[in-house]
Write a protein of this length. Structure first.
Lengths: 819, 131
């Protein structure tokens, strides 16, 4: 018998599921109609026009249905309908409203929905602007939407086989057999959801995923135009829209990637904006191939060359977008990624694989079918031509993408390698060094090319004029390189070369924009975006080359831990302990932890850390500021856990980046206020709060005001030295005596009355003693602080580059094509 | 032959050389026993927290020293020393991937990556002591 459940709201889910199916059917209908329209274009113009209308209507219905799914899911999340698995898993009652949208991108279904949403928005724009190419371009877009809609269908063909997964599945259907669902009133027990991952509760996470997904979606349009052009066998009309759309995609995807970097910088504690993490690489690689394709497209437009390379790279870019979803969503990365997501089961794995194979298969079949008629130029290009070097640059970008994707895909091809060689290949031990060592050369080549090509002309250039201008630029950039190189102490050869390369780009692009282009704004797209590229590289170089951990233990005490005293002490002491109200020097700052604070409407604990910088001569305080790194302590369901967020002090020329790596567990705070037993031999050292104690030996000459000798006493003192982290050395001499067969102790304490020591037992056979040490309740945090110099140059560079993209776009849109 | 073809051939040759040489960078997954054969060489070891063994992290003593025991895939238990703060939630981890080297019987690691049976989507936490 069916159980009748009480308190469920089944309506929204059914409505949402209906919309999901409608979006699939409408996309299929639209794709088919557009396809018919394209195929009957020449034979039956009237029929073609009616198919076109049907295709448009289908796409409008599809887009409306996607919005329907979106708003239904939003309704479920905002109304906290926890009978739905999605709401239960990704949200809770305490979630503040600004993060409600973030629930969408935490889950797989929501991400696909967001993707589908952007596709339909962009599809609408294409529908109104594509003109003669509409039927073909939209057929491709609608076909991709069919594929995406299947991801949300949620048809279950068996326990482990399903087509897509619906965001509207009920909790009780997801967890079949859980005992709670045998009660009809189970909803009364499900009061709250699991909540959003605390890492996503950050403002960057509100804007980064939508922008990134818009960038992903935007790469569909150049792909669709490319396919449409091959299909139609017309290679002229597609250039302008493809150019504009790839500029748009390049700008948005680039922004999205760097917003991810900004998020990582501000809320992840790996201490940087880029870690060559597989998830980051997976979105960077399509951007690289997109930029390569954009440049060969320009070559094709001006000279008619490089068509095949352009087409292949637009197809490859879109294939890589799906491949990056495959990498990040199926769990295939497994152990290698910081933010790899859990595997969503075998179904998604095969589903995505099929979509990728279909997309690549269709493209390949079309290219082969049209191979003979694809545009080619027989003659040879001049070495002094702009197109020659643009093509080389694009090819280098492609090779760079190949290297990154091979290394990132290790978990994908490792089983094959194991089968061949028997070895289980793992990612490089130090991935950052691995990628940097190769990509620094790519960066150098690209930086030099991106500057130099501006001074070349298409077809053929005046080489003497070129070398004259380049020599001047090179001379200025050499001076700039020397100045920066010496002040920033950049000594490693490859980074010095990179420094020259980005100085060269910066000088060359500024010079080109001013003296050759005369600052005509609409024409500045290329020089501005190349300038931005040079600035970004410069920012990356300066901030990471001189990144400095300042939270070393600089108290002058080298803590002798373990037998590996000499082993890389510097590396291993990046965390420093800060006791409340005790000042510790860090770099040029004096740092004091002033205590923690919590507020009622924020689940985080804030740690107040005060920084002070003194003039080295006068000792006067030059500046001071307070940072509030915070952490979720004991987040829901993770007792004893902690998730820290950094806080930074931003200067124009550097950032001081601070985060807490460990705190005293509030629930265990009292424990420190008891005696701790230490068994020590003569010469031993034990660590105590804010210092350590050395046991130097026993003495029978007891000199303690609280001790009055009596005949028959056996009295002994332990001679101890307490060294504080501040460098002070204090003598402690607790007394132990036996009087009338009873043990007696006289505790000793140091001047500030913070540390009490009792000699509780003498162990003659070990030549040692048992000491009880009591210290008062101490509040502390363990913290790490990093100095990032000139990180603002990077952010500025990115902004300049994106402005350059949009300038080019505006220029393309407003420019009338010569017929 | 076109000049551009020659340049492309040179680039492809350079790329192939780089890619072949980069295979030397790749690490391998080992067990404690196999990692111990080449002392001091960095490897990846996968394992899980050894049950019933103690964990030691006392920031008061040294905030950069965390010691624990891991059972690798072959079942061998070894002490692991991580030079950094104790990763939160390591007790709840299902699987631990460590990067480091053997010295004697102790595995010294500089990177810990954990997989938790978490309800969260982003269920991996990586900790590295390099800044």
């Amino acid at each position: 018998m069916e159980t009748l459940y009480i308190g469920e709201h089944l309506g929204p889910g059914q409505l949402g599921h209906f919309f999901a199916i409608l979006s699939f059917v409408a996309a299929l209908f639209s794709a088919f109609s557009y396809f018919r329209s394209a195929n009957t274009e020449n034979t039956d113009p009237q029929g073609s026009a009616s198919w076109l209308t049907l295709g448009r209507n289908g796409f409008v219905v599809h887009s409306a249905a996607v919005m329907g799914v979106f708003f239904t899911l939003y309704y479920i999340i905002t109304n906290h309908l926890f009978e739905y698995h999605y709401a239960w898993k990704h949200s809770d009652l305490s979630l503040s409203s600004k993060y409600l949208l973030s629930c969408f991108w935490e889950g797989q279904e929501g991400s696909f929905l967001l993707w589908s949403f952007w596709h339909s928005v962009l599809g609408m724009v294409v529908m109104f602007t594509a003109k003669k190419m509409e039927s073909r371009v939209m057929a491709v877009i609608a076909l991709v939407q069919v594929a995406l809609a299947t991801m949300l269908l949620g048809f279950y063909l068996g326990p482990d086989i399903n087509i897509g997964s619906s965001p509207f599945i009920l909790l009780r259907d997801k967890m079949v057999g859980a005992p709670i669902f045998s009660q009809p009133n189970y909803m009364e027990f499900i009061k709250d959801g699991n909540g959003l991952n605390i890492l996503l509760q950050n403002y960057w996470m509100v804007i980064h995923p939508p922008v990134l997904f818009l960038g992903f979606s935007a790469t569909l349009i150049p792909f669709a135009y490319t396919i449409a052009a091959i299909w139609k066998n017309d290679y002229k009309e597609w250039i302008k829209p493809t150019w504009i759309w790839s500029l748009f995609a390049g700008a948005v995807l680039g922004t999205g990637i760097m917003m991810g970097g900004a998020w990582a910088y501000e809320s992840l504690t790996f201490g940087g904006y880029w870690a060559w993490d597989p998830v980051e690489n997976a979105s960077l690689v399509p951007w690289l191939t997109l930029i390569a394709a954009l440049h060969t497209l320009i070559v094709f437009k001006v000279t008619g060359r490089a068509y095949i390379m352009t087409a292949i790279m637009f197809i490859l870019t879109y294939g890589l977008i799906w491949y990056s979803t495959f990498l990040t969503r199926t769990g295939v990365l497994g152990d290698t990624s910081v933010h790899s997501f859990t595997g969503e089961g075998q179904s998604l794995y095969w589903h995505l694989l099929i979509v990728i194979l279909v997309l690549i298969g269709i493209s390949k079949a079309l290219l082969i079918a049209r191979w003979k008629s694809l545009p080619r130029v027989k003659s040879e290009e001049q070495v002094s031509s702009r197109e020659f070097w643009m093509f080389i640059g694009s090819f280098v970008l492609l090779l760079s993408a190949v290297q990154i994707i091979i290394s990132t895909s290790i978990p994908v091809w490792a089983p094959l390698a194991k089968w061949i060689s028997g070895k289980e290949i793992a990612p490089p031990v130090d991935p950052v060094a691995h990628y940097n060592s190769i990509q620094v050369w790519v960066a150098i080549v690209i930086a030099l090319l991106s500057a130099a090509v501006l001074y070349l002309k298409f077809k053929t250039s005046d080489t003497r004029l070129f070398w004259k201008r380049i020599t001047i630029v090179a001379a200025i950039s050499t001076v700039l390189t020397l100045i920066i190189g010496f002040t920033q102490k950049i000594s490693m050869a490859q980074y010095a070369v990179l420094l020259f390369a980005c100085s060269f780009t910066i000088v060359a692009t500024i010079n080109y924009a001013i003296s050759i282009q005369k600052g005509k704004l609409m024409k500045l797209g290329a020089s501005v975006s190349h300038l931005g590229f040079g600035l970004s590289l410069m920012g990356i170089l300066l901030s990471s080359y001189n990144k400095e951990v300042i939270s070393y233990n600089t108290t002058g005490v080298i803590i002798p831990y373990g037998e590996d005293k000499m082993e890389n002490i510097r590396e291993s002491m990046q965390n420093v302990i800060l006791y409340k109200n005790i000042t510790v020097p860090m770099g040029e700052y004096d740092v004091t932890y002033l205590g923690d604070s919590i507020s009622a409407n924020d689940p985080r604990t804030f740690y107040k850390v005060y920084y002070e910088r003194r003039d080295s001569v006068t000792g006067k305080v030059v500046e001071s500021f307070t940072l509030y790194p915070d952490a979720f302590v004991n987040p829901k369901g993770q007792e004893g856990g902690m998730s820290a967020n950094p806080d930074s002090k931003h200067y124009l020329t550097k950032d001081v980046f601070t985060y807490v790596t460990s705190v005293i567990d509030p629930s265990k705070r009292e424990d420190t206020n008891t005696y701790k037993k230490h068994v020590m031999q003569i010469g031993d050292t034990v660590f105590v709060n804010r210092g350590y104690v050395i046991f130097r030996g026993f003495s029978t000459s007891v000199d303690n005001p609280h001790y009055t000798p009596e005949p028959g006493d056996i009295a002994v003192t332990a001679q101890l030295t307490l060294k504080s982290l501040g460098g002070d050395s204090m003598r402690v001499a607790p007394v132990y005596y036996i009087r009338n067969n009873f043990e007696n102790y006289i505790e000793d304490t140091v001047a500030d009355k913070r540390t009490y020591v009792r000699l509780s037992k003498i162990l003659p056979e070990q030549n040692g003693a048992e000491l009880m040490i009591r210290q008062p309740d101490e509040d502390y945090v363990v913290m790490k602080a990093i100095l990032f110099p000139y990180i603002n140059v990077l952010w500025l560079g990115i902004i300049v580059m994106v402005i350059g993209f949009f300038l080019s776009m505006a220029n393309r849109i407003t420019k009338k094509e010569k017929k | 032959m076109k000049k551009s073809h020659i340049v492309l051939l040179v680039l492809v040759a350079a790329a192939v050389t780089i890619i072949v040489s980069m295979f030397g960078d790749f690490s391998t997954y080992e067990t404690f026993a196999s990692a111990a054969q080449d002392q001091g060489k960095q490897y990846h070891v996968i394992g899980e927290l050894a049950k019933g063994k103690s964990m030691e992290y006392d920031p008061l003593k040294d905030p950069n020293h965390f010691s624990f025991y891991v059972q690798d895939k072959s079942g061998q238990v070894s002490q692991v020393v991580f030079k950094g703060a104790k990763p939160t939630d390591i007790e709840k981890s299902e699987q631990i991937v460590m990067t480091g080297y053997m010295r004697g019987d102790v595995f010294h690691c500089n990177k810990i990556q954990m997989k938790c049976p978490s309800k969260y989507e982003n269920d991996q936490v990586a900790v590295a002591n390099q800044g």
